[in-house]
Structures are given as C-alpha cells and as structure tokens.
Design a protein around this ligand. Sequence first.
Ligand code: GLN
Length: 312
Amino acid sequence: MAALDGLEQAVAEISAEMSGQTDRGKVADYIPQLGGVNPDQFGLAVVLADGRAICGGDADTAFSIQSISKVFTLTLALGKIGDSLWRRVGREPSGNPFNSIVQLEYEHGKPRNPFINAGALALADVILSGHRPREALGEILRFIRHVADDDGISIDQGVAISEQETGFRNAALANYMRSYAMLDNPVEFVLGVYFHHCAIAMSCRQLAMAARYLAFSGRHGPDGRTVISPERARRINAIMLTCGHYDGSGDFAFRVGIPGKSGVGGGILAVVPGRASVCVWSPGLDDNGNSRLGKIALERLSRRMGWSVFGA
Ligand code: GLN
C-alpha cells in the first residue's frame, strides 16, 4: 500500500530529524515534578483505521498528559449533561494564556472554552457532581483506559501532589469561578480532580490509540465500537482546532492544519478525520506552552501526508 509506505518512512524520517534538533524549547518547571524531565526525548505515534500503530522515537515512554486530558473530560462532561454544558463554558478561542485570570473577570466567571484551565475546572465540576472526588477520577481513568484499550494507564501521584502544592493560580481561578456560582462543588474537590486527571501518564502510542474515536466519527475505527455520536466527535475536533493550543491555536491551524490538543508535559494529540489519530511528544515548550518540536514534527508530517483539513 503506497500511502502507508510513505507514512512509515515519514514517521521514521521525522523522528530522526527531531533527534538532531538543538533548539528544543523549555521544559515546564512551574510544576516542579515536570521540571526534571529530560528534554532530549521525542516520540511519535500514528494509529490508522485498521488499528495499526506506526511509531518512531520514544513512542512508548509514558509522560504527563496534562491538558491533553481535557479532551477526555470534555467528552465525559458532554456525555453527562449534553449541550447544556455550553451554559457553563463557552466555545470560542481565548487568545490568552491557558491560565489567564483577566478574561474570567470580564466574562463573569464563565470560561471562554473548555480547554483553558478555567474551562477544564468547569468540566471537572460537571463530572464531579453526584460523586465523590475518588469516584469522579475513577470514571475519568476508566474512560481513558477503555478508549485506549489499555488497563495499565494510571495517575502519576508524584506529579499530582507536585501540582497540588504549587497550583496557586488554578486555585485562584477555581475560587473566582465559585464566587460567580460557576462551580457547584467545593473548590478543593474540583481542584483535586483536575490536578489528578492532568497527572495521568501515557505514552504517544496509548494516546493515539485513545483518540481513535475522534478520528473515526465517534467509533474506535471505521468498523469499531461506538464511543460517541459522529456529530459530537466533529464538534470536539472543531474545538480542538480552534482552542487546542491556547493563544497559539491560530498558528497551529496555519502551520499544521489539523485539530490538536497540547499539554505542558510536551504532548500534542492530533486528529486527521477519517484517516488517523496522532500523538507526538517532546518535553520542551514554546512561549505559548506548546511542545516546540511536537509542533514542528506535526507540521512536517501533515505537509508530507497532505493531511491538512484545509486542503492538500
Ligand atoms: N495542569 C496544568 C496546569 O493546570 C495544565 C496546563 C497545560 O497543560 N496547558 O497548569
């Protein structure tokens, strides 16, 4: 299969090209536990319609998924309360850093979109309602294990505690939202769920497997089990495209041209509708908190494979 041969070569070549890069960005150290991660790592995994994974570099090394987890909590929150979620959180790009407080004040405690931190706190609050924090976390983890087909996925407690101890800004966001009655549950419960789902550790291969339902119209693959409706998958992809890289979302669409969600652990989960789910990881970040090499690698991959959703 010619197209597939091209892909294997592209993944191998891009992985090799990235290992030679010297300007790798800066590892996030505002979460102390992440500051110690070796920036020389790079992984890439592409999962195709038939479930095959094409991998390069450190594709099987687990890393902190951080904000990539918000794709899964968005799926769960929509599953729980449907479109009424949009009364709690908007769906417009923020044009601001992921942990900005200013915008929240202007907009009376309603987060601009589900992927900035404030928005993800609203998602955690929705998932938490009717549950204890431990049960809510169990639900998130079970869902991720289910879509990834992998029961070995777990939370890195060291990262969760590290973030809990230093998450003053997230605590400010949550308190602020609560002051506008935009959170239903106690602030410390919402923060606890949020910090722990951000601290889930997964490899590129596991994340690319987990995102198949977004690439294949809500199903594990073209003939696979249904996770969500095609319409919901389309909409989550749209929010990934417009909001997935915070104030770097426009440039990501311009350069890469596919829906993606980044995390400060250095991962980017990306979706090529109808073709593949992709995860790339390199811990060094650019100024917007997105993986520096991850973005370059995805730009090269999407260009070589003609994968931009805006045209070949
Ligand atoms: N847990 C991180 C935080 O709250 C997530 C941020 C991110 O990955 N962009 O700051």
